[in-house]
Write a protein that binds this ligand. Structure first.
Ligand code: SAM
Length: 278
């Protein structure tokens, strides 16, 4: 049942083995800047900084809605995918493991691997998972989404929640996901998106661009929660996201907006193997 997973020691370590200084907000907390070559390392520093309070803050900042978004995304997934058994699932950017645990409960006989490049988030995930009934089918490993250390065609499903906005190169990540999925396997992305309605959009931005960074500042994380709305602006709109998926091996794809489009489930089925320019 267990997929071929390279030993954690062989994974690339984009942090280069040690914490270094990087861009910060006025309270000294990390504030990643996508234009800098250190962006990936700075994203790791940021998630290391917020790992301890991540789930708590996420529930508060989303006004509790995040606990509905992940199950709904799996509901969307089951309606999109073709019927068949699910035995191996990879959750990329698993963070503290909220989606990975849910996936393991949802697909009761599947082996689920949560992968993330931030050690502190993985440690948190492992701690939170140890007492769960699904623990025996759940593993965590350190890996970057841009170079996945798994053999071609290993997984039936690849999921990720609230990760896409943090990736320096979405096309590279999509090709990696395509490679590790079996043909016909499904890729689920859950991400914050721009609501289509102008009225909802105005409310959303008032909250997301002002209130959330203010809340972040109140808990010593001004940088991470200023970065959050900035990161949304780097995400392609829904149509461009689907086009990018199609260009990178996912010809059948769909979007399912949730909460008036504040978040969207993107679903994509892996087409034939990609051969060009690997
Ligand atoms: C906002 S958190 C989401 C965590 C979790 N998926 C959830 O639903 O709460 C984003 C996670 O993605 C991870 N991440 C960001 N970029 C990554 C990359 N290139 N490779 C692997 N993990 C990445 C971060 O370390 C962080 O744990």
């Amino acid at each position: 049942m267990t997929p071929t997973v390279k030993a954690a020691a062989s994974l690339t370590d984009p942090m280069g083995g040690g914490a270094t200084a990087g861009p910060t907000a006025s309270d000294g907390s990390p504030l990643p800047d996508r234009t800098l070559p250190s962006f990936e390392r700075d994203v790791q520093r940021m998630f290391t900084h917020i790992a301890g309070g991540y789930e708590w803050f996420d529930h508060v900042a989303s006004l509790g809605n995040d606990v509905l978004w992940r199950p709904r995304a799996l509901w969307d997934l089951d309606r999109f995918r073709r019927p068949g058994p699910v035995s191996r699932v990879l959750d990329i950017g698993c963070g503290t493991g909220e989606l990975a645990r849910l996936v393991a409960r949802h697909y009761g006989s599947a082996y689920v691997l949560g992968a993330d490049f931030t050690r502190a988030m993985l440690e948190n995930a492992a701690r939170r998972s140890v007492a769960r009934p699904e623990h025996a089918r759940l593993d965590y490993a350190r890996a970057t989404a841009l170079k996945l250390p798994f053999a071609d065609g290993t997984f039936d499903l690849v999921t990720n929640a609230f990760v896409a906005r943090n990736l320096s190169d979405l096309a590279v990540a999509f090709r990696e996901v395509h490679r590790v999925l079996r043909p016909g396997g499904v890729f689920l992305t859950l991400e914050i998106t721009e609501p289509a309605s102008p009225a909802v959009n105005r409310l959303f931005h008032a909250y997301f661009d002002r209130v959330v960074p203010w809340l972040g500042g109140a808990v010593g994380s001004a940088g991470p929660y200023r970065y959050l709305p900035q990161s949304l602006r780097s995400l392609p709109d829904r149509g461009s996201f689907l086009a990018l998926l199609a260009q990178n091996g996912f010809p059948r794809a769909a979007t399912r907006p949730q909460s008036a489009g504040i978040v969207t489930t993107f679903l994509a089925e892996a087409g034939d193997r990609l051969h060009e320019n690997r």
